[in-house]
Design a protein around this ligand. Structure first.
Ligand SMILES: Nc1ncnc2c1ncn2[C@@H]1O[C@H](COP(=O)(O)OP(=O)(O)OP(=O)(O)O)[C@@H](O)[C@H]1O
Ligand SMILES: [Mg+2]
Length: 255
């Protein structure tokens, strides 16, 4: 099977001369279609930098990142926005819904920008909204719906374009525990029912336990990798805690 995402010896160094930060320091990894992967690690371990390089928000110092067969380190900066719109979906921490658009219009936005025809747009939006349980609130505005419904709208928006890869940086970072669980269950559903490929950065073991695989970063390098396999979420959660203990550092994050 072709990998959706391949990283070959990716490095991202900040600064010059004697003052260099090796934020990402030689990471090689692959993500296959239909995987739900978490990237964990202490604060400053390079998680966001790595995700920003993959999402073309930042450029690498050296190495290659291939998404859907295309080497994004060879794409010209002026083409980044098009590449992102056509290939990537994002789930933002604050969801970034536009208040003056209805839920349906918020979900449709990327299809409209990509000039899909109105029949396709309406079919796709109905289909995904139905699967995520928000089919009956499409005509409402964000201020008229609940927090959980807003989250599912943000998930539907990330999915509607059928992106090759969905990226999320600490999507539960600003949420209480009930909302976090709802969002993670929705993301797990997107992965299971719609075969969405998701890469999520989190420092939270509970969030990571919803994923099928976890990569642990330390000082810009991959320190360990574990897979859930047939384990229950609770068993996987305990395994994550054990690795975080080995990793040391940011243990106040472990709930
Ligand atoms: N624009 C920048 N210029 C210089 N150094 C940077 C820049 N962005 C990040 N860094 C440094 O790179 C390292 C990795 O930062 P990064 O934001 O990727 O960490 P993180 O794992 O996402 O941490 P957190 O869990 O706190 O979000 C840190 O040492 C940070 O200070
Ligand atoms: Mg970060």
């Amino acid at each position: 099977m072709e990998h959706i995402l391949t990283l070959e010896q990716v490095k991202k160094y900040y600064g010059t001369g004697g003052n260099i930060t090796k934020a990402v320091d030689g990471i090689s990894m692959c993500v296959d279609e239909g995987e739900f992967t978490a990237i964990m690690g202490a604060s400053g371990s390079g998680k966001t930098t790595l995700l920003n390089c993959i999402s073309t928000i930042d450029t690498v110092t050296s190495g290659h990142i291939v998404i859907g067969g295309e080497d994004i380190t060879a794409i010209k900066e002026k083409d980044f926005a098009d590449f992102r719109r056509e290939n990537l979906g994002f789930i933002f921490q604050d969801f970034n819904l536009l208040d003056t658009l209805t839920i349906e219009e918020n979900i449709s936005l990327s299809l409209i920008i990509n000039r899909a025809d109105s029949g396709t747009i309406s079919r796709r939006v109905q289909d995904i909204a139905g699967k995520l349980g928000i089919g009956d609130i499409l005509g409402k505005f964000p201020y008229e719906v609940s927090g959980g419904q807003k989250q599912r709208c943000a998930c539907a928006r990330a999915l509607v374009n059928e992106p090759k890869l969905i990226l999320a940086d600490e999507p539960t970072g600003a949420l209480d525990s009930r909302s976090s669980r709802l969002l993670l269950e929705t993301m797990a559903d997107m992965n299971r029912k719609m075969n969405a490929t998701i890469l999520m950065v989190t420092h939270d073991s509970f969030s990571a336990s919803f994923c099928g695989r976890i990569l642990f970063l330390k000082d810009g390098k991959i320190f360990n990798e574990i897979r859930r396999g047939n384990k229950t979420r609770r068993e996987f959660f305990n395994e994550i805690l054990d690795i975080l203990t080995l990793l040391g550092g940011d243990l106040e994050d472990v709930k």
